[in-house]
Design a protein around this ligand. Structure first.
Ligand SMILES: Nc1ncnc2c1ncn2[C@@H]1O[C@H](COP(=O)(O)OP(=O)(O)OP(=O)(O)O)[C@@H](O)[C@H]1O
Ligand SMILES: [Mg+2]
Length: 386
């Protein structure tokens, strides 16, 4: 599938592909729906290098939006006046070539209001460029952690509580779509704040499917090399490279805690010890200190019942025992009815096996951060109040 995709991308090997304004594709995610046999027109564009060089002013430094593990992202404006973001992949190693092929293949399949879809691409010579819609409100990271490393042009006022709730729900819906509705199902594998982008109306779009793996039907998990970002990695993934949807659920739990508290997923304490956000939140949850979990920049303006429901959802997602984590479909329901869930609460599970697990990570090329021993928190379950 990937080879076929690359052939489509660069039919002439190193030569520049002909400009093709759009391509007709069948939308596989609609299988089983009312539109069973309908072909869907997807506005994929195959850009020319000249066009993208012009749009980004020759990948000018001042157009740079940010840099990630696989390339640099530039803002641009096409000759038609459309704002775009162009991800220029670093070196074209075989691995990066594979990432490009995966991203193009997956993004081409997936359409959902909370997923950042591909606008087009260019492949030729050593250049692999992916074109997305430009998201004027940048990533969630720039909103939650505006002071460290965020360029002045990407500084934003604090998100208010209703907006945070809407972002949590939207991102959960995007991820639930990947897990439950995309065909075949997709595991993201790099859910984090910089991969949740915000459009002009602050609607969240989950981005970067470069790490994703397509899961064949009937396969519950895949074992693979560890990729992702420290602080967000589920223990079974960090330790054994065991990938399943619930690894994304774990990362999403970390993201929820980050959204509520605006704390970093991995903090360096005095003395150099690193603490995960889950380890910070656990004791506060046990002592029911909900207010202390809230971002100080909210200045107390939040719905306490909703905040508690979001934190409880986060703790269920980010527990060390994968079996105890909810599915993303369940997470969507928990967040949708977050404000009304007054008759349920989470309680710690007294299971020695799931507590105080110490994980030592092997440093891998693909993992950003250091290899510290990590004390994992306890497990939780949702109970009905009497
Ligand atoms: N479509 C877009 N619109 C606006 N800004 C974007 C867009 N895509 C990416 N960015 C910005 O560019 C930055 C770099 O993105 P990139 O995906 O390369 O790195 P990352 O998300 O930090 O890490 P990773 O490589 O693990 O995904 C992001 O943090 C985001 O702020
Ligand atoms: Mg990214």
């Amino acid at each position: 599938m990937i080879n076929r995709c690359l052939c489509c991308v660069a039919p002439g090997g190193d030569s520049e592909p002909e400009a093709a304004p759009s391509r007709r594709r069948r939308d596989p995610s609609r299988r089983g729906s009312k539109n069973k046999n309908r072909s869907v027109e997807f506005p994929w564009e195959m850009y020319t290098l000249k066009e993208l060089l012009q749009a980004t002013n020759n990948f000018n430094e001042s157009n740079k939006l940010g840099e990630g593990g696989f390339g640099t992202v530039y803002w641009g404006r096409t000759s038609k006046g459309v704002e775009i973001a162009v991800k220029r992949l670093k070196a074209m190693t075989a691995k990066a070539e594979m990432e490009f092929a995966i991203e193009v293949e997956i993004l081409g399949r997936v359409r959902h209001k909370n997923l950042l879809s591909l606008r087009g691409f260019y492949a030729g010579g050593d250049e692999r460029l992916i074109v997305y819609d430009y998201m004027p409100n940048h990533s969630l990271l720039t909103h939650l952690h505006p002071h460290r490393g965020t360029p002045a042009s990407q500084q934003h006022p604090p998100l208010d509580w209703p907006r945070r709730l809407a972002i949590a729900l939207g991102a959960a819906q995007g991820l639930a779509y990947l897990h439950h509705e995309a065909s075949p199902h997709i595991i993201h594998r790099d859910i984090k704040a910089s991969n949740v982008l915000l459009d002009a109306d602050l609607v969240p779009k989950v981005a970067d499917f470069g790490f994703a793996k397509l899961i064949p039907e009937g396969v519950s998990h895949l074992t693979t090399r560890v990729k992702g970002t420290l602080g967000y990695l589920a223990p079974e993934y960090a330790m054994w490279g065991k990938v399943s949807e619930s690894c994304d659920v774990y990362s999403f739990g970390v993201l929820l805690l980050e959204l509520v508290s605006a704390r970093r997923p991995l903090e360096k304490l005095p003395g150099g010890v690193k603490r995960e956000i889950v380890q910070w939140a656990g004791p506060l949850v046990e002592r029911r200190k909900w207010d202390r979990l809230a971002d100080p920049r909210l200045t107390g303006r939040f719905d306490a019942v909703q905040l508690r429901a979001v934190v409880e959802t986060a703790m269920l997602c980010s527990q060390s025992s994968a079996e105890g984590r909810p599915t993303m479909a369940e997470v969507v329901e928990m967040l949708r009815f977050g404000g009304e869930r007054r008759n349920r609460e989470i309680v710690p599970v007294a299971d020695a096996a799931s507590q105080d697990t110490t994980v030592t990570m092997d440093r891998e090329d693909d993992v950003t951060g250091s290899s510290e021993p990590l004390d994992r928190g306890r497990s939780w379950k949702l109970t009905t109040l009497r």
